[in-house]
Design a protein around this ligand. Structure first.
Ligand code: IMP
Ligand code: MG
Length: 422
């Protein structure tokens, strides 16, 4: 299938990077369509660990890798990762950056931090990389785009317009120092020469690739439950990670997308604030965190851990139009005797529902209804095919497919590339 979206089906960190890396080897182009350096994709390939924040995971396999208009770009992180490619012998000319993508400016990072401080107990728990403020300026039409750095005069003018307002905010509202026009201008104009060779027409490039029958992979960052419109607002990111975001973020029509692969962990995790109904109570949570190495790639924060939530996953199947699933990190569950799986939510009136609540208060009050299934209590290393998994592990995968009415196409049983069973 030529056009595939890979989307996070939970709260992020499902192991999308690894799945993209795997599929990238049979793809011609990999494309990021939203988000910025808030993403943290960890990929282990040929014994080397890659931690990417801004570039598509396709770079690891040397596949043409594209950053679409829907992304926000921190030029410093972008160029650091270009340097990383060079140092690891990957030709950076495989990277194409949309001139329409918005730039993260220094004030975005300052405002992200300051506004989280101000929210206090009500904070979102952002990655503090300036993501929200950059998207807010994009919507307010005072954002600065990649193509703006290519013309020093335009760049200066746009920075001047932005700073005229930002410095007032920073000084009077957030009581912190503003930015100097000449400083910011010279720094960003300085990126022009290095960024210029990467800037291209992403919409046209992808359209050409699809017309030629090439395989294009759209790599979502963050995840369904962090979607600005369909996630657990306000505890979300400021872009649209869901599959349809690929069309807007790249500049192709929705009819061009052939399939949507949802990536879900065999349990759930969440970094940052906001409800997580199947969050584990008691010491089992810390045990799962240790076994799964559940600490943020970007921020190092402890991830909150819960049992697999099929209500949330059913919702992800709906809002993304998921056609198949990849279930990752199944091996992490190998040490548990029993595995609770959340199959319904109990609502305030005592009734049970398989559907994700449409209103925030209903979601906040939702209690998980668990079906407890047997663990397999042995490592999964030996299995070379899905059929070779221990019976209870196979049953676990089958339960997911049956409940969601979606095939589970890939199952992750370890960090390395070859530890994904098809
Ligand atoms: P922001 O994207 O930095 O604005 O953060 C908003 C919310 O999304 C916070 O709860 C973050 O922890 C979460 N978030 C952002 N990026 C990721 C990611 O790549 N994985 C998991 N959570 C993320
Ligand atoms: Mg991550």
């Amino acid at each position: 299938m030529p056009a595939t979206v890979v989307v996070g089906a939970q709260w992020g960190d499902e192991g999308k990077g690894k799945i993209v890396d795997l599929l990238a080897q049979e793809s011609d182009v990999v494309c990021r369509y939203q988000g910025g350096p808030n993403a943290g994709h960890t990929i282990v390939a040929d014994g080397e660990t890659w931690k990417l924040r801004q570039l598509p995971s396709g770079v690891v396999s040397g596949t043409t890798s594209v950053v679409g208009a829907g992304c926000v770009v921190d030029p410093e992180v972008f160029l650091d990762e270009i340097d990383l490619l060079e140092s690891r012998g990957v030709d950076p000319s495989i990277v194409v950056l949309s001139g329409n993508a918005h730039l993260i400016m220094p004030w975005h990072v300052t405002i992200d931090r300051a506004s989280e401080r101000r929210l206090g107990k009500l904070q979102i728990g952002t990655t503090r990389r300036g993501i929200g403020p950059a998207y807010a300026d994009k919507a307010s039409r005072i954002g600065i785009r990649v193509q703006d750095v290519l013309d020093a005069k335009i760049l200066r003018q746009k920075i001047a317009v932005a700073l005229a307002e930002k410095n007032v905010w920073l000084e009077r509202v957030y009581e912190t120092e503003g930015f100097d026009l000449e400083d910011v201008w010279s720094r960003y104009a300085g990126y022009a020469e290095r960024l210029a060779p990467f800037v291209g027409d992403v919409s046209l490039l992808i359209d050409d690739a699809l017309r030629a029958g090439r395989h294009v992979l759209f790599e979502g960052a963050q995840a369904t439950m962090l979607d600005l419109d369909h996630g657990t607002y306000p505890f979300v990111t400021s872009s649209n990670p869901i599959a349809s975001g690929a069309a807007t973020g790249v500049g192709i029509g929705p009819t061009r997308i052939d399939r949507v692969l949802g990536v879900a962990k065999a349990y759930v995790t969440r970094v940052g604030e906001g409800p997580l109904p199947s969050e584990i109570e008691g010491p089992q949570q810390a045990r799962l965190r240790e076994l799964g190495g559940e600490y943020g790639t970007v921020t190092g924060r402890e991830r909150r851990c819960g049992w697999l939530d099929l209500v949330a996953l059913r919702y992800a199947v709906r809002v993304n139009g998921i056609t198949s699933l990849a279930l990752t990190k199944l091996d992490v569950l190998s040490e548990f005797d029993e595995l609770p799986v959340c199959i319904r939510y109990r609502q305030r009136d005592g009734s049970e529902t398989p559907h994700f609540p449409a209103h925030q208060s209903d979601f906040h009050h939702a209690e998980p209804v668990f079906e407890v299934v047997a663990g397999w209590r042995r490592p999964l290393d030996e299995a070379a095919t899905l059929a070779e998994l221990p019976g209870p592990a196979r049953a676990y995968v089958e339960l997911v497919a049956r409940e969601l009415e979606v095939p589970v196409e890939l199952v992750g049983i370890g960090a390395a590339r070859d530890r994904v069973l098809a």
